[in-house]
Design a protein around this ligand. Structure first.
Ligand SMILES: *Cc1c(COP(=O)(O)O)cnc(C)c1O
Length: 368
């Protein structure tokens, strides 16, 4: 759905200049490592077709998505020499699609390695790939036993042009978490057995663990989009997404009146309530009911009542009535109330807030 701006319940603004500034900061932080960009889930909900060219213009050459079809859809927006890597590898039988679209799989299992190897033999040439090893997350990549089977088979080394060996950190946003050192040690032990192969370990937060974690290629996603990379520290990134909802109508309620489904809010005195045209179907997570907040001209207004599918209700008693006309703007994500703060009120992480952003919003791209 592509709503008209004047009809939409909310406007989602995506600042491509801020995105580019974040990329520059991360690249600088990554020292001599190349800086990739992770664009899975439609660039964390912000629009891969717009984010990708903006980052390519900034000099980014390595792009990661999760699914093969995400990579195929992205290719027209990212012509070579940009390289597109598929984090989940190739679904069995779809290997040739990678060749057709010039995509590079991340091989996560012996089965995926075997299939890529078979295609290389069929084509009579070595085929490029990344191999992922599991260093402690138990999610994707070769297990220690599979690593041995892979390294023991010299045919794989001939048929597969190994661009990087990679792994993924489980706890990188917590800088003093012991898992970071454990995973680094396991990764370094593997690297000693592949001395001439480039390596990639760090996501956004991993970049900030320092040079030991950066290797040859870093893979930030969240930080590009303004999410704080280090728990408990100031966020050096610029916000990229902002969201302005619109007031549908307002009403005065009296002491004892209720608001919303379940009648869980009741007014202790006369209040003015504004209904805003954004709800959980737009990704305004229902877990924020009774605890969310919005801003009007910089003044915080609490969300009251349960969040509905298509609307929320705000206690706007603190705001001058003239400011509360139908169509008036209300800031839901803004500099004062960034994605991470929204996430905390929803009991989740900024990643989920961004990737939940709905498709009924009018999306406006600025800069780029
Ligand atoms: C999602 C993902 C990233 C990016 O992580 P952020 O925390 O968003 O920077 C990097 N590598 C892998 C394997 C991922 O799945």
């Amino acid at each position: 759905m592509h709503p008209q701006k004047s009809h939409a319940g909310a406007v989602l603004t995506i600042d491509l200049n801020a995105l580019r500034a974040n990329y520059r900061l991360l690249r600088q932080q990554a020292g001599s490592a190349a800086c990739a960009a992770v664009l899975k889930a439609n660039a964390y909900g912000l629009g891969a077709d717009r984010v990708a060219p903006a980052l390519a213009a900034e000099g980014c050459r390595h792009f990661f998505v999760a699914h093969l079809d995400e990579a195929i859809a992205l290719r027209p927006h990212l012509p070579p020499p940009a390289e597109i890597f598929v984090l989940h590898g190739v679904p069995p039988g779809a290997e040739k699609e990678c060749i057709v679209h010039q995509l590079i799989p991340v091989l996560n299992s012996l089965q995926q390695i075997q299939a890529w190897h078979a295609l290389a033999l069929e084509m009579g040439q070595a085929l490029p790939a990344i191999v992922q090893v599991d260093t402690g997350m138990s999610r994707m990549g070769l297990s220690p036993v599979e690593v041995e089977a892979w390294l023991d088979n010299s045919a794989f080394m001939k048929s597969i042009q190994l661009l990087y060996v990679m792994s993924h950190l489980a706890c990188a946003e917590h800088q003093d978490h012991p898992m970071n050192g454990t995973q680094l040690a396991r990764f370094n032990a593997l690297r000693q057995r592949l001395p001439n192969v480039a390596a990639s370990l760090a996501n956004s937060s991993g970049i900030f663990l320092g040079p030991d974690f950066q290797f040859d290629l870093v893979r930030p996603g969240a930080a590009l989009y303004g999410i704080a990379p280090v728990a408990g520290a100031a966020n050096p990134l610029q916000p990229v997404a902002s969201l302005q909802g619109r007031i549908l109508q307002t009403r005065l309620i009296e002491r004892g009146d209720h608001v919303g489904y379940g009648s869980r809010y009741s007014a202790s005195e006369q209040r003015r309530i504004a209904t805003v045209s954004v709800g959980y179907a737009d990704g305004w997570l229902r877990s924020m009911s009774h605890r969310g907040v919005a801003f009007i001209d910089g003044v915080a207004v609490p969300m009251v009542g349960t969040i509905s599918m298509d609307s929320i209700t705000l206690d706007v008693s603190a705001i001058a009535a003239e400011r509360l006309y139908a169509g008036a703007a209300v800031d839901l994500i803004c500099a004062q109330h960034p994605v991470d703060a929204v996430a905390e009120l929803a009991g989740t992480i900024g990643y989920e807030v961004l990737t939940s952003l709905g498709n009924r919003y009018y999306r406006e791209y600025v800069g780029g």
